[in-house]
Every structure is written in C-alpha cells, then in structure tokens.
Design a binder for this molecule. Structure first.
Ligand code: GLN
Length: 260
C-alpha cells in the first residue's frame, strides 16, 4: 500500500486530531544490537516506526548499531529487542561502554523502546537461572532474576495509550523499585513477574516491556505516541497526520482474542 493510500484512508484512526504537514521533518531511528538481540519479530518495531513516519512525509534515517559501534548523537528514537540469555551475555560488555551515553540521552528525552532481553538490561542487573549476573545499565529502576517458570503466551495490558496486546516469553522475574513506574497493568498474562500485575516500565521517554510481536504492529496508538514524543522533542509541539489503522486494529482485535 502506498503512502497516499494510507494517509487518505478513512478507517479507524487512533490519532484523528493530529495534523502536521511536514515534508521537512527528520527523524533518526537507531536499532541497538539488531543481530544479537532480535527475536519474535522485534525488528518489526523499527520498521513500523519508519513506515508510520514516512507515510506522514517525515524523512527517516535508520542507523544499525552493533557491538563496537558508537551511538549516533542525532538519535531521536532507539529501539532494542529481546534475546536469549546467551545473547545478553554477548552484548553486556559493549552495553556497559555505551551506558554513559545512553544515560545522557535518556535524560535528554531521547525516546527508547526496549523489549524483553534489552528491557532487562536497561535495568540494573539480570541474574540468570544459573546464578550468572549480567550487569545492566540502570536507566530503568528495576532488577531481574531468572526463575524456574517460563512465562509464555499472549498478553493484554492497559496503559495510558490504551490497551496493548503483545506476546511474552521469559523466565526472568522483574521487580520495579516502585510499581507506580510500570508501563501498564496486566489484563492477561504475567507481565513483569506474574505477581504484582505490573507490565513494563516507563521513565521519561524510555519504555521497557516484555511484549514481543512485534508489539508496535498491533498497537498503532503506542507507535504514534513514540513518534510524537520524538518529534516534539526535536521540533516543539508536534502533531501527526492521522493514518488509516484498519489493518493494525484488526490485528490487535484478533491477537487479543487469542488464547494464552
Ligand atoms: N533471557 C531472558 C528471559 O528468558 C529474555 C528472553 C527474551 O528476550 N525473550 O527472561
């Protein structure tokens, strides 16, 4: 489907009041560890942000940042995916080298979306099932310990951007220092720990969640909020043109009916 068809569509819209004729706006999306940390379709989050920006005429630069690569100063949005414990082990030293930069960027309001394995490492530490401690960078106030039970299946949770549907697969049990910093409240699934009803974490513009999927495909209001936050930071109070979300909301509805 072309940009024109999408922008003109009259289907369900999550952003009907948005209006911004913006051919000159630019966004740089950084994908952190696309090789090592990318399972259950998490690369799709980068693609969703890119396409939803381009359909509004925004110029998007994509930067893939692996082990040994610097994080570009111009990053507006940084996305990171999930990975096995082994993948987390492979990137841990490099992530420590990037820690100061990521802290500074988080404080400066750069938008970040970290899924599962990267979400855990944006906390202070992840202690594996075998007792190995993988250091995190502590951008998010949380710790994770590998449990004996795998929390797996489709999830639903409530957030300030509406209901989000996702898919989780983790044994890590995550505890937030303060449950009020959760990104959402669990409706279906385990979320952070299967105990306190919290899912994910949000500090400033840094979002962490256990939702794979890729989560942004089925949750367009959340995708647009990430774009809006990034554009507002760079250009002031940005508003986005509405898009036809018929397919995305249909995927959302079907996924939300799926059994756990
Ligand atoms: N290894 C982590 C866990 O099982 C993260 C898994 C993932 O990213 N899906 O808790």
């Amino acid at each position: 489907m072309t940009k024109g068809q999408r922008a003109k569509g009259k289907g369900h819209s999550t952003s009907a009041t948005y209006h911004l004729p913006s051919t000159t706006y630019q966004l740089t999306i950084v994908h952190l560890y696309p090789r090592e940390m990318n399972i259950y379709g998490d690369t799709g989050n980068r693609l969703v942000l890119q396409k939803r920006a381009e359909w509004r005429g925004i110029d998007v630069q994509i930067k893939l940042v692996g082990v040994g690569d610097p994080i570009p100063d111009e990053a507006d949005i940084i996305v990171g995916g999930g990975g096995q414990d082994a993948g987390q082990g492979k990137i841990q030293d490099d992530l420590q080298e990037k820690a100061e930069t990521l802290h500074q960027m988080a404080e400066a309001g750069v938008v970040m979306l970290m899924i599962c394995g990267m979400y855990q490492l944006f906390g202070r530490s992840f202690t594996t099932h075998e007792g190995e401690v993988i250091q995190g960078i502590g951008v998010l106030p949380l710790e994770t310990v590998g449990g004996h039970k795998r929390m797996i299946g489709n999830t639903i949770y409530q957030t300030p951007f509406g209901e989000i549907v996702g898919y989780e697969n983790h044994s890590g049990v995550t505890k937030l220092d303060n449950p009020a910093m959760a990104f959402g409240t669990v409706v279906k699934g385990s979320g952070n720990n299967g105990q306190d009803g919290t899912e994910g974490c949000r500090i400033q513009n840094v979002f962490g969640t256990y939702s794979h999927g890729p989560v942004l495909v089925k949750n367009p209001a959340f995708s647009d909020e990430l774009l809006r936050l990034a554009l507002s930071r760079r250009y002031g109070d940005a508003k986005l043109k509405s898009l036809d979300n018929t397919m995305e909301l249909s995927a959302h509805a079907i996924a939300s009916e799926r059994p756990r």
